[in-house]
Design a protein around this ligand. Structure first.
Ligand SMILES: [Zn+2]
Ligand SMILES: [Zn+2]
Length: 355
């Protein structure tokens, strides 16, 4: 593997990150940029290839499937194998503290537990049996969540903050078991990485899963960096001299040192770059998820927040002359109350009432 492959890999990761931010952003210019890119793409790429790509994207992102779960576990397995195979052994030889070296494994154990919980837990699906209970949980704001609205698919009254997950009507897949097709209480989003909706009852698992994933990537990045720095210091690599392409003697600089380390430990440097990029991407998303939790908003509400009042509010639609109203989050009751709502949802209470 040479620098070109490494560079292309990181470039692809960064591009995926940028496109994802543009798609999820509320900024219409960024969205326009993605649409423009898609139009240029459609002019260049042959029709048959476009159709296949559309089917593939539809299958990946608009149906319930296990592709991303498998990909997630394979990548995680590869990173941990590399860490165990090379870094753990080398660091032990260099007498690194065992507590630091074991930390990624502890985080992995917690992460996999919460990953499984997020995947299999009921996100808070609304059924005939619990519909009435859910209707009493949150106030209707009459803007984003008007009262007495029925879900046309489930034929149930929609409680405030709920949403029908549209991972349904998928391409040539008719089995109900492979689609969500249900209304979810306090719907946040549908996560392809866990193949489940994120709602009132599993947001807490999702947040801990996200936190441990970010922490394990960051811990590995720190240990790998410490290992390489330690190696450079112990071997006095900064004191070395090399001969450049013109036959001149040069003192070792940072760029040459990175190239040298890459050629000596290619897999470790590659893994370090990967976990570094991942730490920043996951860290950014983690901050966003914490912001939503602290302000008692779901991703769905945050996304709709600015324009719910002007485009989708039935009141405004019926009377165009009505003054536009500014959407106000009525569910936030202070930081601790908001966090308690996520980490101690009213799940057992509903269950007891059902009996
Ligand atoms: Zn529904
Ligand atoms: Zn879903």
């Amino acid at each position: 593997m040479d620098f070109l492959v490494l560079f292309l890999f990181y470039l692809a990761l960064v591009l995926i990150g940028i496109v994802t931010i543009c798609i999820c952003s509320k900024n219409y210019r960024l969205k326009g940029l993605v649409r423009g890119g898609a139009q240029i793409f459609s002019c260049i790429i042959p029709q048959c290839f476009q159709e296949s790509l559309q089917k593939l994207l539809h299958y990946l992102f608009y149906t319930r499937n296990h592709t991303f779960i498998i990909l997630h576990l394979v990548v995680q397995g590869m990173v941990y194998t590399e860490y165990t195979w090379e870094i753990f052994g080398y660091c032990q030889e260099l007498e690194f503290s065992l507590y630091y070296l074991i930390l990624p494994y502890l985080l992995l154990a917690i992460n996999l537990s919460f990953f499984t919980l997020t995947c299999v837990a009921n996100p808070g699906t609304i059924t005939k049996a619990n519909e009435l209970l859910f209707l009493q949980i949150y106030e209707f704001d009459e803007m984003m969540f008007p009262k007495n609205v029925k879900c046309p698919t489930c034929d149930l009254r929609k409680p405030a903050r709920s949403k029908h997950c549209r991972r349904t009507q998928d391409y040539r897949l008719t089995e109900i078991s492979r689609v969500c097709n249900w209304c979810v209480h306090r719907f946040d989003h549908h996560c392809v990485w866990v193949n489940n909706c994120i709602g009132a009852w599993n947001t807490r698992y999702f947040l801990i899963y996200l936190f441990t994933l970010t922490a394990s990537a960051a811990t590995m990045a720190i240990v790998s960096t410490a290992f390489l720095v330690h190696l450079a210091v112990v071997s006095d690599l900064y004191q070395e001299i090399y001969i450049d392409d013109f036959g001149r003697f040069q003192v070792m600089d940072t760029v040459f040192l990175i190239q040298y380390l890459f050629l000596t430990f290619p897999r470790i440097v590659f893994m370090l770059g990967f976990v570094l990029v991942l730490s920043f991407l996951l860290g950014g998303y983690m901050c966003f998820a914490l912001y939503l939790a602290a302000t008692n908003q779901t991703t769905n509400e945050w996304y709709k927040g600015d324009w719910a009042w002007c485009q989708h509010c039935p009141l405004v639609a019926q009377s165009p002359s009505a003054e536009p109203q500014v959407y106000k989050n009525i569910h936030s009751h202070g930081l601790w109350s908001n966090l308690r709502e996520i980490f101690i949802p009213a799940f057992p209470h509903y269950e007891r009432k059902k009996k």
